[in-house]
Design a protein around this ligand. Structure first.
Ligand SMILES: [Zn+2]
Length: 189
């Protein structure tokens, strides 16, 4: 079922639509440093793990640059598609980690094979969730608002379970929740 969702173009169009809204909001807000007007300064990524038939706009990471001389601050809004510099789309970094906490080994292997992600990468993500994600300022603040507390050893599955709806709804909700980690100065490493 995760596999069908990741292959569904509509799902990726939805993520792109969210990113466009987040980019519009960032453009309207202007420069955080000097309140100046910002110009679009997108950059191109080569995300892995999404259907190849999607258009090139899915590779565009929205970003803005202040138009004021002497400031020129760059601001990158949150994204539901790109999680910091990770080459795989955020949905995969989340779903693979969720499966590690529930799916049987054969199903996990099957998904990894379909996506084309190797075991070392999956292991790196596991460590990222355990050590890096839990150490972010974002998580330190966000966890305080979650009642009952989320088990940090079961991230991100324990978070995923807090959202309602079908898999797509819950995944989108989780990606939106993680938004602050993906943009601006708090970009996940
Ligand atoms: Zn500025």
């Amino acid at each position: 079922m995760y596999r069908d969702l990741l292959a569904d173009a509509t799902f990726h169009e939805l993520l792109l639509a969210y990113d466009r809204d987040l980019a519009d909001a960032a453009r309207c807000a202007g420069c955080a440093r000097c309140s100046g007007v910002v110009h679009a300064a997108p950059y191109w990524r080569k995300p892995r793990g999404r259907p190849r038939r999607l258009g090139r706009e899915h590779d565009r990471r929205y970003s803005f640059c202040c138009a004021v001389d002497g400031c020129r601050s760059r601001a990158t809004p949150p994204s539901l598609r790109f999680l910091g510099p990770k080459v795989y789309i955020a949905a995969i970094v989340v779903l693979i980690a969720i499966m590690q906490h529930g799916a049987t080994a054969p199903r996990m292997r099957e998904l990894a094979e379909v996506i084309g992600v190797d075991r070392r990468t999956i292991e790196r993500w596991r460590v990222w969730w355990r050590d890096s994600f839990t150490a972010t300022a974002f998580w330190q603040i966000a966890r305080a608002g979650l009642m009952p507390p989320v088990d940090p050893d079961r991230l991100p599955a324990a978070l995923f379970e807090r959202f309602i709806g079908d898999i797509a709804d819950r995944l989108v909700a989780l990606l939106r929740f993680m938004g602050p980690l993906t943009g601006g100065r708090m970009q996940a490493r």
